[in-house]
Design a protein. Structure first.
Length: 228
């Protein structure tokens, strides 16, 4: 099966090279679409300044996928403007968020992040290698599935504290594109992404109402971009 997959990959590259001539220096303008995947590095989820005690969730690294559509104006060939969507679903290991003596409240579960970003990219348009930097602003829709567990005087109880939440998001980007053909480029990049997630109040346990969590992560990405 692995050998068959290798043959299919080589055959696909051969078709791409045969139907698309090598890119000229002036072809880095116009519209494009792209897909990418990556992996998060050192994600961090910590309580905001409005929480009376600081804590950090033990949030795990995970895969991330994304897609984008953009445009490079012929008059501004050093700039690109794009709309990007990305999705990731990190797990939250059991994390103590409130403690008082030997009693505590801990949270575990997972959170889905759907991110909608508008990016501005500054790139070098000449040749076949195109280093770039950029920044993005947008919204993140998060769907948290989490359970809080409380222990007071040896008695344990639990309740759902997950919450859907939409918040402001921002990111910084950098990387390099390599032109494979006239219409196809490979992109190796780095994202730094930041937004907020939120817990809701649970009447069954002692839990602070609507606790905001600052979420940040780095992402290493690999993608394909098709110009049209």
């Amino acid at each position: 099966m692995k050998k068959v997959a290798n043959y299919i990959f080589i055959f696909t590259l051969a078709i791409l090279f045969s139907v698309c001539p090598l890119k000229s220096a002036s072809a880095q303008v116009g519209g494009y679409i792209g897909i990418w995947g990556g992996y998060t590095i050192s994600p961090d989820a910590s309580s905001g300044a409005d929480h009376y005690s600081d804590f950090n969730l033990d949030i795990q690294e995970t895969w991330v996928v994304g897609a984008k559509i953009g445009y490079t104006p012929p008059q501004l060939k050093y700039f690109a403007f794009e709309f990007e969507y990305s999705y990731l679903k990190p797990d939250i290991n059991s994390s103590v968020i409130d403690w008082y003596g030997s009693d505590f409240v801990a949270v575990e579960g997972d959170v889905k992040l759907n991110n909608f970003m508008f990016n501005t990219i500054v790139k070098y348009p000449q040749g076949r290698f195109h280093p770039y930097v950029g920044a993005g602003l947008g919204l993140s829709y998060t769907d948290m599935s989490a359970t809080a567990t409380q222990r007071i005087s040896g008695v344990t109880s639990s309740a759902s504290v997950g919450k859907d939440y939409t918040s402001f998001a921002w990111q910084l980007l950098t990387g390099i594109e390599f032109d494979i053909t006239n219409n196809l480029s490979v992109d190796i990049g780095y994202h730094y992404f930041a937004t907020e997630i939120k817990f809701e109040n649970a009447a069954e346990i002692y839990f602070e109402n609507d606790t905001k969590i600052d979420f940040t992560t780095s992402m290493i990405t690999l993608g394909l971009k098709f110009l049209f």
